[in-house]
Design a protein around this ligand. Sequence first.
Ligand SMILES: Nc1nc2c(ncn2[C@@H]2O[C@H](COP(=O)(O)OP(=O)(O)OP(=O)(O)O)[C@@H](O)[C@H]2O)c(=O)[nH]1
Ligand SMILES: [Mg+2]
Length: 581
Amino acid sequence: MSDVVGSRSKLKNNKLKLLVGRAKSAKDEAKSVSIRKQEGRGNVKEKGRRYKTDDDDPSHDPYKRETRGKRSSSLGAKKFASDQEGPRKEVNGKSHFGSTYSSQKRKRSYSEHDMDGRNYSSDHSFGGKNTKGASRRVKTVHAGKSQDMMLPIRKSSSLKRSKDRKYDFITGNVRVLRTPRLVYDGGNYKHTDRVDDRTKGAGFSDGKARSKAKATPENRKLGGNDGTSEKHAKHKLNLIKFPDERTDRRQYGYPDDSSKKKASRKNGSDDASVATDDLPRKRKKVFRIDPHDISNKRLADGIWMNEASTEKKVEKSIEVSRNAQFRAIQPSPAILSFVEDNLLGRRRLIELRRSGYNIELSAPLDNIPFSTSSEREKLEENVFKNKLTFFAAAKISSSFPAPDLPEIAFAGRSNVGKSSLLNSLTRQWGVVRTSDKPGLTQTINFFNLASKLCLVDLPGYGFAYAKEEVKDAWEELVKEYVSTRVSLKRVCLLIDTKWGMKPRDHELIDLMERSQTKYQIVLTKTDTVFPIDVARRAMQIQESLKTNKSVVNPMMMVSSKSGAGIRSLRSVLAKIVRFAK
Ligand SMILES: Nc1nc2c(ncn2[C@@H]2O[C@H](COP(=O)(O)OP(=O)(O)OP(=O)(O)O)[C@@H](O)[C@H]2O)c(=O)[nH]1
Ligand SMILES: [Mg+2]
């Protein structure tokens, strides 16, 4: 570290000599030529200030500089670069431009070869007008030894460029973090074999030339050389080590670097920033794109999208057709009048109040303001005024209680409202546990009603928050109970008015048909749909069960929440008790 700092300070103290000479434009070139013409006549005074230092003696150092160009900060040393700015200096001496900032006491020297290899001032040597490939001579002192080296410089001295180089102050070498260029070759990108003067000639740590330059006719023309690129590379390397032998980039047949770069950018290739030392070269991933495809979509995505969208469309069309079919149902006048009489369907509370119901009570429509029932019916319904008591639960058929009482079972899908209906029938809220989570009732629960009737709450089937094997066990138990229980007088098969019948419902119906178990359809949650839809659902189910023999009519429609249709259901079930005696 101290070596590095020491080196830097020494560089500041005029120990660094840059070989920078550039003709940025034709104007510069012309000026250079005019200067060369006057070489024999002595000094040429240029417009602008002259800066002179104690080192500004051509005899002292043959390299002078011309400071018209932009900054060059290839080494990342801004101070060095700043020296290159300023007005043109007086040209003195035979073949030199000479100027330095006396204030900074720093000396730079510029020199160049002409196309014939002659040495003349101003560094047109590397690239001529294009100075991106130019080099500069740097004199450093390291470990007491003076060492000169050729460093590449650029026209643009941006930091971006300087990032590509790393100057090792200890070894005196320059590492260029730049990879060989990728060239598109009939579908594939390949690394070119070109010699990058900045990488080859800049003194790598291993000191070896890495690749060979191709001697193109253009190169030969430019360089006026025999075109053996290996030789050039070696020569370049030697220039770094032995800086007295200065050279011209074009002289050795290297094509213009910047123009190559521009061309490669146009072709779409890009440089990968890999140190060219010992690291393996990375290959860029190449995506082949159909030039005629302007959709900007990947093929796989398109297929996936298409499949998904078609599936969705089919599902949607089926759903639409189902809904359309449902809307097309024309309920019979009998069903419509039943719905209206029992205030089934979604109703406004204000409407219920106007009808004489107390909406402050739970299930207000079961709170009869004036009874239209006959005395006999009232007595029969009274059975549901008795206390409901739980007396048995069965997970397996062997746990069933003795079939002493007539039984009415409530079956249906999970969450359809079975347990709630038991509560609303007896108006004893909370005796049977309910939940908005499907699958709460997991055993067959037996409830006694005044030792006259047994109400049975069955576990639901279909979707439930339970393991599949557990649900399968419930279903088997229900099927067994429904098909074999001798005391079972009626199964109330509950169907959600909103969703209608599902395949599992049909399965149970088929079973009951086979076992000749009497069942009655009860539409639940009628308060969730419009009255007309209640009637449509009733009509739809009635139609589908037209040919069934064990089904008991009429179909019941209830709402445990509003209490609508509960009284009618009570009347129907009370008759079972009566006839069972
Ligand atoms: N809106 C409305 N909700 C109801 C009605 N009946 C029941 N519910 C609600 O439906 C949900 C399920 O009721 P449950 O009586 O537990 O249904 P279940 O059929 O016994 O369900 P499982 O025991 O899981 O098979 C509860 O949140 C009830 O509040 C009704 O008539 N209308
Ligand atoms: Mg339940």
